[in-house]
Write a protein that binds this ligand. Structure first.
Ligand code: UDP
Ligand code: MG
Length: 319
């Protein structure tokens, strides 16, 4: 029998969080449904996260583990878990206890009321750094503008998807994925549940500022070609500036009869234009590179190990 609810939890070096999370999760699941599965995805951890998942899965039939051959990144770890999930509704959440388990019943209730996407929205905690607040707001604005897909600040990968939406997403064959965008792009009616973000229980975040910037850039260019259009506009603007430079040069030479005042202006215009050319070339190169990656069609993640799934025991019972 297939489970009603699947929970997918990506984990990268989360040795201190798996068991505490499980202890909070188990009673909530048991109240919600008798038919559930929990899939932990070890995203190539360097610590003993995988051993902890394996021992948990040995003791509890509904718990499974998937181990990726290396660190593929949060989005791909989520995808690996989603591809394995069998539930009628699938919830994704982080392993570090920042996503409170008491939100789960609200997600499940909204799903039972007919919503196919139930998204959580994080209220920023008081101690959230000014930088993180501003950067995340800015990122979502730019992303929504470029992609035409509305996502808001605070929408993390903590959500419930109905099987129908999940199947649609799993069918999308693109290599470079940004789940937050893809989910909203499907266009199903969405219900939002607000929650207060928690502190990370143990360990530290892997999203450094550079990784966040890389993630933001990757999400925008994988979803939108507007930067290419902006590049064209930028090209026009600089050409206009360069053109007025030429008019000025001709005016100085033939009307004002004064020699062009030397190489400073020419050199600055040339170098400015060269700079813009390189930006544009780089931007085009970025998209060409993505076409190459998509064309290669490599698998998006590689599973190196799995814990066995015992179907007869899938109707999990914690007693
Ligand atoms: N994670 C992952 N692979 C990675 C980085 C993170 O599977 O390469 C997992 C991590 O274990 C956690 C979730 O993704 O469950 C969110 O990561 P993190 O807490 O570092 O991000 P933050 O909450 O700071 O945005
Ligand atoms: Mg976290």
């Amino acid at each position: 029998m297939l489970p009603t609810i699947s929970i997918v939890i990506p984990a990268y070096n989360e040795r201190g969080n798996i068991m505490p999370l499980w202890e909070l999760l188990a009673p909530v699941l048991e109240v919600q449904t008798k038919s559930w599965e929990v899939i932990f995805v070890d995203d190539g951890s360097d610590d003993d996260t995988w051993q902890i998942i394996v021992s948990l899965s040995k003791g509890i039939p509904g718990v499974q583990g998937v181990r990726l051959s290396k660190n593929f990144g949060h989005q791909y770890a989520l995808l690996a878990g989603l591809s394995r999930a069998k539930g009628q509704a699938v919830i994704t959440m982080d392993a570090d206890l920042q996503h409170p388990v008491d939100v789960l019943p609200k997600l499940i209730d909204a799903w039972k009321n007919g919503y196919k996407i139930v998204q959580t929205i994080r209220q920023e905690p008081q101690d959230f750094s000014f930088f993180k607040k501003v950067s995340s707001k800015l990122f979502y604005r730019v992303f929504s503008y470029c992609s035409g897909v509305e996502i808001r600040s605070g929408m993390a990968d903590f959500r419930l998807l109905d099987r129908q939406v999940l199947d649609d997403i799993l069918q999308m064959g693109e290599r470079s994925i940004f789940l937050r965008g893809l989910v909203q792009w499907t266009g199903y009616p969405r219900f939002d549940v607000h929650y207060q973000a928690q502190q990370r229980y143990s360990g530290s975040t892997t999203y450094s500022v550079t990784r966040m910037l890389r993630f933001a850039w990757h999400s925008i260019v994988s979803f939108s070609t507007i930067p290419l259009r902006l590049a064209i506009i930028l090209g026009f603007l600089t050409s206009a500036v360069a053109f007025s430079g030429i008019i000025y040069a001709l005016y100085s030479k033939y009307i004002a009869q004064s020699a062009v005042s030397g190489w400073t202006s020419s050199v600055s215009i040339i170098s400015f234009l060269m700079g813009v050319m390189f930006i544009l070339l780089g931007l085009i190169g970025e998209y060409v590179g993505r076409i190459l990656l998509e064309a290669k069609g490599r698998p998006r993640f590689i599973v190196s190990e799995k814990t066995p799934v015992n179907n007869s025991l899938r109707m999990s019972n914690l007693q």
